[in-house]
Design a protein around this ligand. Structure first.
Ligand code: G3P
Length: 214
């Protein structure tokens, strides 16, 4: 499974890239607002650190506005992926951009048919939001499993990018369900390498060694 970091914080992106297992970056308007920096400027900085796909979300909600913003963002770097909402104008923009060879990430997916429609339009990535479905008492992971089945039934090559990931258990079940990519905050990524028995075991190995050899 590929791993993207879900942040617009440059320091966190650098830390994740430094681990050597980072495949891409996702950003959204909320994450950029948190940084309080110009979106285009930050995207350019991110693309200097990460060579994999970097998702840039449009702010416009109409087709023409989305296309205009997409063209601006695409000038930033070759690895920019245009992130669009799974609305009807978003679907139309996805198709128009895909026909031009532009990669898109279709976001705010909460039901499987949205994923089927954007795959037909040639989306590069679909972003089902697991955590937000869990938050309202639904099963986010079931959405991942259903999209996997639909894509496999028809041979769609749109990648499933599991988003709104809150903890390592989400990461585990995404991998088991066959998500192609998971995007997560830095803490969730680093927590995937943690287990208390690893720490206790390491401590014991080192103290035994020290006792025997000083
Ligand atoms: O980038 C979209 C998504 O990952 C947001 O996650 O935690 O705000 O639901 P969250």
């Amino acid at each position: 499974m590929e791993i993207y970091i879900d942040t617009a914080n440059l320091d966190e992106i650098k830390q994740a890239a430094d681990l050597g297992i980072l495949d891409g970056v996702t950003t959204n308007p909320t994450l950029i607002a948190k940084e309080g920096i110009d979106y285009g400027k930050r995207l350019a900085e991110i693309c200097k650190v990460v060579s994999g796909p970097v998702s840039a979300e449009v702010i416009a909600v109409d087709f023409d506005g989305m296309m205009k913003e997409a063209r601006e963002r695409l000038k930033i770097a070759d690895n920019i992926v245009i992130k669009l909402p799974v609305t009807l104008p978003g679907l139309k923009a996805c198709k128009a951009l895909a026909d031009e060879g532009v990669k898109t990430n279709m976001t705010l997916c909460f039901q499987s048919l949205q994923a089927m429609m954007v795959a037909k339009a040639g989306a590069f990535l679909i972003s089902p939001f697991i955590g937000r479905l869990d938050d309202v008492g639904e099963d986010g992971m079931e959405l991942i499993r259903n999209i996997r089945q639909i894509y496999d039934n028809y041979g769609f090559d749109t990648k499933i990018l599991a988003a709104s990931i809150r903890h390592p258990n989400h990461m585990l079940h995404c991998a088991l369900a066959g998500a192609d990519v998971a995007t997560a905050p830095l803490k969730v990524i680093t927590d995937c390498m943690k287990h208390p028995l690893t720490d206790i075991g390491l401590e014991r190995f080192l103290s035994d060694y020290k006792k025997a050899f000083g």
